[in-house]
Design a protein around this ligand. Structure first.
Ligand code: CTP
Ligand code: MG
Length: 201
């Protein structure tokens, strides 16, 4: 079973602001993106890892045990370029480089459930109350917040990305748009996405 990992880290971090994109800022002794590269490398020693970075960083950064490639203007375009650099693998895990708190346990759970069900999308309960901006509340028990890593059978993911145009905020949405079902699994409330300056403490 060949595993491929794509860490998408080619965003500009508009909500975060600042000179340096959030994924390259320091969090303790490492860059934000390095925490997830190391978590995957240590948990899945035989996996092939691709890190997708903004094009102007592609020649300037390198990470042990990973292939670096240039991303695109949207997340979906960055994933497409990551898939090209990765080549064929049985399973592909796609992870936001802006989620440094990913744990080995969550990685293992997503891979195991994807082996069983064909995909695994980690989700957590929503703890805030939710409202439509135009008025009226949503039942928060009927929705969940979606995280990464999202893991798919490689053939299905590649076919979905070949055939589906448009921009999606995650891979599960694109795979569903291509007509495939996705399997939800238990996420981790600690696995937050660094979004604003305050998230780095
Ligand atoms: N991403 C990417 N290529 C893009 C846009 C986003 O690889 N063109 C990556 C980001 O680097 C991040 C993940 O997709 O790891 C999720 O994106 P998000 O948190 O939305 O990051 P940004 O788009 O950089 O930030 P924001 O939307 O807050 O401006
Ligand atoms: Mg974004």
């Amino acid at each position: 079973m060949m595993l491929g990992i794509i860490i998408v880290a080619a965003g500009r971090g508009e909500r975060f602001g600042g000179e340096v994109p959030k994924q390259f800022c320091m969090l303790g002794e490492k860059q934000v993106v390095e925490w997830s590269i190391e978590a995957f490398r240590e948990t899945l020693a035989d996996a092939k890892i691709v890190v997708v970075v903004p094009s102007e960083y592609a020649d300037k950064v390198s990470y042990d045990g990973a292939i670096v490639t240039a991303g695109g203007a949207t997340r979906s375009e960055s994933v497409r370029r990551g898939l090209e650099a990765l080549g064929e693998t049985d399973l592909v895990a796609i992870h936001d480089g802006a989620r440094p708190y990913i744990s080995p346990k969550l990685i293992e759970r997503c891979i195991e459930e994807a082996q069983e069900f064909g995909s695994a999308i980690p989700v957590v309960e929503v703890v805030d109350s939710l409202r439509w901006i135009d008025g009226g509340a949503l039942d928060r028990g009927k929705v969940c917040a979606v995280q990464t890593p999202q893991v798919f059978r490689g053939d299905i993911l590649r076919k979905a990305y070949r055939e589906t145009k448009g921009e999606f905020t995650d891979d599960a949405t694109l795979v569903e748009a291509a007509g495939y079902g996705v399997h939800l699994c238990e996420g981790d409330p600690k696995n937050i996405k660094i979004t604003r300056q305050e998230d780095l403490g």
